[in-house]
Design a protein around this ligand. Sequence first.
Ligand code: COA
Ligand code: ZN
Length: 304
Amino acid sequence: MKEKQLPSRVILREVCPRDGFQSVQKPIPMGDKCALIDGMAATGITTMEVTSFVSPKAVPQMADAPDVLDYFNSRWKGRIHSVVLVPNVKGAELALAHNPDALAFVLSVSESHNKANTRRTVEESLKEFETVASLVGNVALGLDVATAFQCPFEGAIAPEAVVRVVERALEIGANAITLADTIGTCDPLNLTKTLEIVRREFGDYPFYLHLHDTHGMAIVNSAAAMELGFTRFETAAGGLGGCPFAPGAAGNVATEDMVNFFNKIGVETGIDLEKVLGVADSMKAMGLPVNSHLAASRVPCTKA
Ligand code: COA
Ligand code: ZN
């Protein structure tokens, strides 16, 4: 990594309130969720995935989505860009009634994970995405591309399959695309193999990357992606996260570890690391399974 080739700034989207909380089995009280949303919102972040409008039978933890989004809007609307995940038209309709800034429609590139997660074929999900696009009006519409690199059931994903899904989403009118290493098994070589093809096909389109840390490579993967010009990442306070329908998936890369990484190499995030560590401490006090390098060590963080 060469200092003069680094970007001056990256954007980190906080996804703990959705991807983090959905991975926790025991119900998290509404007050705790709101406290963590407020804590993270005050760290300097500019965008947050606040919740998901999914079947409460599929993910009971997200059953309070309308209340959580209403709370978020009452405090942070207009200051922090809110995103909510939806898997189908019903979720989009329910979400739109609560005024999010953006929907993130989720589908997986691999048929078997898409079936496990949404009970649809990839083509059925794309058709449904088209219907959602006709409903959103002024609300932004993103596509979360799950299993973009590796699938828990099918293994390596062909980059061409990712390109096809992204092309369709852009034709349909997606305003944003996130590419996810849903199970966190990528390494810099297989990640960048796909990302190089994505760059070739879509130029400097501002993709978000969503990298789980199952094998401990999310930061090195982020660094490799940054060398290809990717500067937007989804991260979760405390390193929480994981899709309940992706066996083996561990947590997301922790926001505090990513902020520390970017601080050290002199890349601006706009996020106050001490405040994120304060949130991680409150998460521990609430009994949440915090799992990050910094929250465990607390060796003072200085720029090299
Ligand atoms: N929000 C709330 N309830 C929903 C819903 C949504 N987005 N989608 C469906 N439901 C309800 C239906 O009303 C129905 O309720 P009922 O049994 O009380 O009548 C029930 O869920 C099943 O509906 P059905 O039409 O069979 O669901 P579906 O096949 O259209 O969709 C999904 C199933 C996609 C909603 C479900 O698999 C799901 O929520 N998956 C998301 C999984 C997830 O969050 N993964 C992690 C994030 S990537
Ligand atoms: Zn995830």
